[in-house]
Design a protein around this ligand. Structure first.
Ligand SMILES: [Zn+2]
Length: 468
């Protein structure tokens, strides 16, 4: 059977760390980057006798995500123990939700793909982290007990590209919701991909393979594409696909077997005896505020006249959206500044979006100076660049840099006369019909004025004098 006759089936499971200040079942801090094993207590170390206490903020965040994606929010959900042994899991089990998760159903809007359906979103605690170094392995339990939501998508994706688009949209939505920082490198947004192939048109799914913890969008595409190719090739050779967990080796671009996949019953899930079922009232659910999602903001920007491409660039970072809002005025013009001058300054490390030196509303003052003819469009660019760098008010920058445009006719007339006097040949040609030389004259005058002449006034003066 040729490759084209196979259909890939992909379902993604995303573990997203919630942005609570403290862990899900104790008061330890969740901040990333602290010295190993300094943010721990008997509960998250899994010491005998310690009892978990649920963090309300984690529940709120899970509900917010559920509301945003249109899930059914359960007023009663149940905590379960998921048992397995791993050095970074001192309790020997993870507290998760199995049979009754907090959110069921729903879908994530993905540009170009419509809505990608979700199976469920459940709350659970993160494990610690094994650190493999030369000379041995160590374990850091700072992460142990950090709240997670696991967002389980339905196996509705059909290509590596679609999977990557879905992940990007999901990540951005979680950032806008304020529940996750979207940091793949630090592991706060992690993805496992379930991949199988089946003959096109077949109802039954093929045997699926789980790809673990892939930490970039590019690796997600590479890993899934490699896995689709590997499975198709194996089936073509008459081999059976084994249900297993595989790891992606990004240096070689291949997936490798890690372990044979556990079935759910291998985990011996049972209700967590130390925590009562989680009951939340409809009033609690209703009270959870829902910020706008990025696609909604993009639609609003486009409706306000911002070109689609600029709108996409803006929503890629909520900080850009905030600057755009604070500039105010004409949304198109403000967007042009944000995706143009400001983005360039950020790229060149002249500006930091997390610590802007300028008050965005001042951008409009620079626009106003340009519109009134007080400064030229070239000078306006200088003013904006300096505003971004120093935060000084545009008026002050114009004065300090001597950027004010000369619009005074009598001052310009002397320059125009001088240009005409020293270019008799061009003047004769112009008068002989080569009127496109006007640009040349204006250019000469601009040079004399060091770029500060008002071009439309100069145009008028030259036209009048050359005709005379
Ligand atoms: Zn703790």
């Amino acid at each position: 059977m040729p490759v084209a006759d196979f259909e890939p089936v992909i379902g993604l499971e995303v573990h997203a760390q919630l942005l609570t200040r403290t862990k899900i079942f104790c008061g330890c801090a969740t901040a990333f980057g602290a010295a190993p094993n300094t943010q721990v207590c008997p509960t998250c170390l899994g010491l005998p006798g310690a009892l978990p206490q649920l963090n309300r903020a984690a529940v709120e965040m899970a509900v917010r995500a559920g509301k945003a994606f249109g899930c059914n929010i359960a007023t009663r959900s149940v905590w379960s123990r998921k048992n397995y042994f791993y050095p970074d899991l001192p309790k020997g089990y993870q507290i998760s939700q199995f049979e009754l998760p907090i959110c069921a159903g729903g879908a994530v809007p993905v540009p170009g793909l419509g809505k990608v359906a979700l199976e469920r979103i459940h709350l659970e605690e993160d494990a610690g982290k094994n650190i493999h170094a030369e000379g041995g392995s160590e374990v850091d339990l700072n992460r142990s007990g950090t709240p997670l939501i696991e967002i389980v998508g339905k196996p509705d994706l059909r290509s590596a590209e679609d999977a990557s688009e879905y992940l990007k949209a999901l990540r951005l939505a979680l950032i806008y919701l304020g529940v996750n920082d979207g940091n793949l490198e630090e592991g706060s947004f992690r993805c496992d991909a379930n991949v199988s192939v089946r003959p096109r048109g077949a109802e039954k799914y093929g045997t699926r393979v789980e790809l673990k913890n892939i930490n970039s969008f590019r690796f997600v595409r590479q890993a899934i594409d490699f896995e689709i190719g590997r499975q198709v090739e194996a089936i073509q050779k008459g081999e059976k696909i084994r249900m297993e967990t595989r790891l992606f080796d990004h240096e070689k671009g291949v997936t490798r077997p890690m372990r044979s996949k556990e079935e759910a019953n291998d985990y011996r899930y049972f209700p967590e005896p130390d925590l009562p079922p989680l009951t939340i009232s409809q009033a609690f659910i209703d009270a959870v505020a829902l910020p706008k999602l990025p696609n909604q903001i993009a639609e609003e920007l486009e409706a306000a006249g911002v070109p689609a491409a600029d709108a996409r660039t803006l929503i890629a970072d909520p900080r850009l959206v905030s600057v755009h809002q604070r500039i105010g005025g004409d949304p198109r013009r403000a967007a042009l500044f944000v995706v143009g001058e400001l983005a360039r300054a950020v790229n060149e490390k002249e500006a930091d979006l997390s610590a802007l030196k300028f008050e965005p509303a001042l951008v409009r003052e620079a626009f106003a100076l340009q519109d009134s003819g007080a400064i030229s469009s070239t000078a306006a660019r200088d003013v904006l660049a300096e505003l971004i760098r120093s935060g000084k008010p545009p008026q002050q920058i114009v004065q300090e840099k001597g950027l004010a445009q000369v619009s005074d006719t009598s001052a310009l007339e002397a320059v125009v006369d001088a240009v005409i006097a020293r270019n008799p040949g061009e003047v004769a040609k112009y008068r002989g019909g080569k009127t496109n030389l006007l640009g040349f004259f204006v250019g000469q005058a601009m040079r004399d004025l060091k770029g500060k002449g008002n071009p439309s006034v100069l145009n008028g003066l030259f036209t009048k004098k050359l005709q005379g």
